[in-house]
Design a protein around this ligand. Structure first.
Ligand SMILES: [Zn+2]
Length: 304
């Protein structure tokens, strides 16, 4: 082998502690297998910025944030920055904040102009996640059923109108209702001005997840006031090689989901091994990670 020119280390197998040396530019891998998985994966991510498999980089970041693995999340965030540009990872954390957590103070931290990516990832990883909060799943199901027009009215008129406007996808009406909701929640001291800034920032991006649900849940008292413990302030050391482009993991087994044929095959296998099981809130769907999933029966889209 041309060991002298092997500049990168690629994870040998999914989840393994071993790494093999690769020269991505020249298409040489120390594993010796022709057209090996290491070169296939690494050349797409490194040379072509994830042209074919960028979603797996993104999905790996998403799953590691959910699982709270700071080192792995920092690793995937650095590769997402390589694929999509330096602002992409923080933009993504801010986008999925309301999907993975109900933690308003985390939203504030993530949206601070001065926040670093390392701080943002550490706080996101430390926050409690919705899959671990049964009260959250119940509330979300109530909301979803109202949006779909099959559930009862929400107890609070403005919250109910938000659900119906969401169902109709009327942007002008939604914008008015959001302003009214933020005003009422501020008045009731359920949101601080810092929280309001976060919602305004999210609504301005139009890259929305569960912001309207959170407003409705607060208005209608669907969630306990304190669903999250206070944020910890973790100080995880992340070795440089995980974030400087010299090392590349293979996507973890649980990163695969409905975005790919491989993921769909893993999901089918899970259903076969768990007869009667469903991809629904909080269920351990290992080896894929669909713990934050929409209720399965009506939906063809089982979430991320
Ligand atoms: Zn190889």
């Amino acid at each position: 082998m041309h060991e002298d020119n092997l500049g990168m280390r690629v994870q040998a197998t999914e989840g393994s502690l071993e790494f093999v040396d690769c020269d991505v530019e020249r298409g040489i891998c120390a594993c010796g297998v022709p057209r090996c998985v290491h070169l296939e994966w690494a050349s797409d991510v490194v040379l072509f910025r994830g042209k074919r498999s960028r979603w797996l980089v993104l999905s790996s970041l998403h799953k590691e944030l959910r699982r709270g693995d700071v080192v792995a999340a920092r690793h995937w965030a650095s590769w997402l920055a390589h694929c999509d540009g330096p602002d992409a990872p923080l933009g993504y954390l801010r986008k999925v904040w309301s999907e993975e957590t109900a933690d308003l103070d985390l939203g504030v931290r993530l949206h601070r102009p001065s926040v670093t990516l390392a701080e943002a990832i550490a706080h996101f990883c430390a926050a409690s996640k919705v899959w671990a909060l049964p009260a959250w799943w119940t509330a979300f199901q109530v909301w979803q059923e109202r949006v779909e027009g099959v559930g009862p009215r929400l107890r609070h008129k403005l919250a109910d109108r938000l659900a119906r406007a969401q169902a109709k996808g009327d942007p002008v009406k939604l914008a008015h209702l959001r302003i009214a909701a933020l005003a009422e929640l501020t008045e009731r001291r359920l949101l601080t001005s810092a929280h309001v800034v976060v919602f305004q920032a999210r609504f301005a991006t139009e890259r929305l997840e569960n912001e309207d649900f959170l407003l409705a849940a607060l208005l209608a008292d669907l969630l306990p006031t304190q669903v999250n413990p206070p944020l910890q302030n973790p100080r995880t050391r992340v070795a440089r090689h995980w974030t400087n482009g010299s090392t590349l993991r293979l996507p973890p087994a649980y990163a695969y989901d409905y975005h790919s044929r491989a993921g769909l095959a893993r999901m089918r296998a899970w259903l076969e091994h768990n007869p009667g099981g469903e991809f629904t809130f909080g269920v351990d769907t290992s080896p894929v990670d669909l713990r934050w999933a929409r209720p399965a029966p009506k939906s063809r889209n089982p979430g991320k």
